[in-house]
Design a protein around this ligand. Sequence first.
Ligand code: UGY
Ligand code: MN
Length: 247
Amino acid sequence: MNTNQLFGHTRDVVKSRYALRTPAGFVASCLPGWRNCLVIAQISPGMGAHFCQFQIDVQPNGEGRGNSGENEWVVYVVKGKCAANLGGTKHKLAAGGFAYVPAQTDFYFYQSSGAQLLIFQKKYQALAGWEKPGVLVGEAAAIAGQPFLGNKDARLQVLLPDNPSFDMAVNIFTYQPGATLPFVETHVMEHGLLMLAGQGIYRLDADWHPVQAGDVIWMGPYCPQWFVAMGATAASYIYYKDVNRAL
Ligand code: UGY
Ligand code: MN
């Protein structure tokens, strides 16, 4: 709980086109298959989104076990470590590591030491002529950040392959202090976002919000959006986007 907050006040806002959620307002819930885990449903259809974003703190004796069913996931390790068995193959995951778990895949997350997982979950939409993607495991640190629209102070790391088999993208955007999104974007794609580091001001629809590490944002389709990084250190966020499918 954030004791700096004024009594009865919050930075949380849930509107029809966007939501800003702060850790001070998180309340735990449950997800089938996840035992001895603290689950926060950060974004879900309940607020108007077409995907889900979960934070899962896996206790040392905790585990997540099941089958992804009709959903695909990107699991990003925010902190700590854990082991994962995905479709019968074992992997070690540590902070900055990520896994793409395709639909209809058996999963088992276990051996946690302080693992906090961020999961983007979407119902997979097949595309005629393209194979469903397989399991993919990687590390953000191994992916070079490319200047965004020519700005070397605003760099984008693209975690998933950019091909039509994938119907979701997950990227990490890192801004040096003072760097901005180059223009106010308005687009059909949705975003789910977690601030990983630093701080800045996010423009959402016609509102401006101070945001900092730990904050979560949902941007619905056509929500005007813009960001400027502020403060002494770089700001970065990881975000989801639906891509490559007919409307
Ligand atoms: O990929 C994007 O649409 C990205 N430029 N949006 C954002 O950071 N809000
Ligand atoms: Mn965008």
